[in-house]
Design a protein around this ligand. Structure first.
Ligand SMILES: Cc1ncc(COP(=O)(O)O)c(C=O)c1O
Length: 363
């Protein structure tokens, strides 16, 4: 089976360091966690970086330190993975679904403006498939209304808009290091911030609510969590961060070769705005009119090619549709009509594109 993605890390790259970690017995809160925090901050241009167990726990913590509570409204990009809305629902706040662009797949500024009320406490902008198009425009609206912006950059490590990397722009940026991402720690995530006070609160929340004095004693000034990444995971992350820019470059080449082969067949690739460096976490097309996307995915699977849908219309999932009944039309269309193609280091896109051409003729 040609898989959607293969990890950009081998056991050989970590073997010696893993041996050292095992010999030291330091599996948590050690030098690799400290180093990866600094390296992510440096790479993204953010002042601080924190590591977590996933983007979900990162997003959840971001909402908590913003003190978002039951009854508050949080506006969310509607074309995303369910975690984006689930973290809002989980704390009793109301996810207000806002529609996205049919070109970039990202939150539309005019849709955001329409959804802002006196109850809005935050906005979660999603870099769909790692594409940060429109991030600065959304930030500007949030600043105008004094609403803190959380960026769900689960897919966006290595992307930038206007030469500012994801991680530097929003008030809080949350990354995922799940194996479908360019950098994986198995499971894992990170939060970046620039604000000293938010950083101070994160330090406490992510350490069981403890404030640590100079002599090492702990005062539990808040309630908190253990969402820590281990040393083994942090080491994996460090090894891939060094290669990240090369990975992004390669994925852009792959995207271009798919674009050249598939656009003449009527497939439309996810667009990026000006000033975008897209990490191409997923290479996603709208299928040509008249092609049944699910049939195409199933047919490709019989030829040992793994493809998948783009992502989900959050407002249209059974739970949210029943509870809020606010299905957004563009996100709904994109959920039904987008397809993601495989991309990894030694991929042969001409074989896949030729199969797509052959199979779409028969549909
Ligand atoms: C946009 C988005 N947000 C959040 C998540 C959740 O990430 P994690 O699995 O690290 O919790 C994902 C996962 O793919 C995602 O795509």
């Amino acid at each position: 089976m040609i898989r959607l993605i293969k990890p950009y890390i081998s056991f050989a790259e970590v073997e010696d360091d893993f041996k050292e970690i095992f010999a030291s017995g330091i599996f948590t809160k050690g030098k690799h966690v400290a180093a990866l925090r600094q390296e992510i901050a440096h790479y993204t241009g953010a002042k601080y970086a924190f590591l977590t167990t996933s983007a979900t726990t990162a997003l959840s913590t971001a909402l908590k330190i913003l003190n978002i509570k039951s009854g508050d409204e949080v506006i969310v990009s509607d074309f995303s993975f369910p975690a984006t809305a689930n973290v809002v629902e989980d704390i009793g706040a109301v996810p207000v679904f806002a529609d996205v662009s049919l070109d970039t797949f990202n939150l539309l500024p005019e849709e955001l403006e329409k959804k802002i009320t006196t109850k809005t406490r935050s906005v979660i902008f999603v870099d769909a498939f790692g594409n940060p198009s429109g991030l600065h425009a959304i930030k500007e609206i949030c600043t105008k209304h004094a609403i803190p912006l959380i960026e769900d950059a689960a897919c966006a490590i290595g992307s930038s808009e206007n030469n500012e990397k994801c991680g530097k722009v929003a008030d809080l940026t949350c990354f995922s290091f799940h194996p479908r991402k360019l950098l994986t720690t198995g499971e894992g995530g990170a939060i970046t911030v620039n604000d000293d006070s938010l950083a101070g609160q994160l330090e406490i929340k992510l350490n069981h609510g403890a404030e640590i004095a100079g002599d090492g004693t702990q005062d539990f000034v808040d309630y908190g969590y253990n969402y820590r990444m281990s040393e083994l995971q942090a080491l994996m992350g460090r090894k891939q961060l060094i290669k990240l820019d090369d990975i992004v470059k390669h994925r852009n080449e792959v995207k271009e070769s798919y674009r050249q082969a598939l656009e003449p067949l009527g497939f439309q690739i996810q667009k990026t705005g000006s000033g975008i460096r897209h990490n191409c976490q997923s290479i996603v097309f709208k299928v040509p009119q008249g092609i049944n996307r699910d049939t195409l995915i199933a047919l490709l699977r019989t030829h040992e090619i793994e493809t998948t849908i783009g992502t989900y219309c959050l407002s249209g999932g059974t739970y949210y549709a029943r509870k809020y009944n606010t299905v957004q039309p563009n996100a709904d269309f994109l959920e039904k009509n987008t397809i993601t193609f495989p991309c990894f280091i030694d991929i042969d896109t001409s074989y896949i594109s030729a199969k797509v051409q052959e199979l779409t003729k028969s549909l």
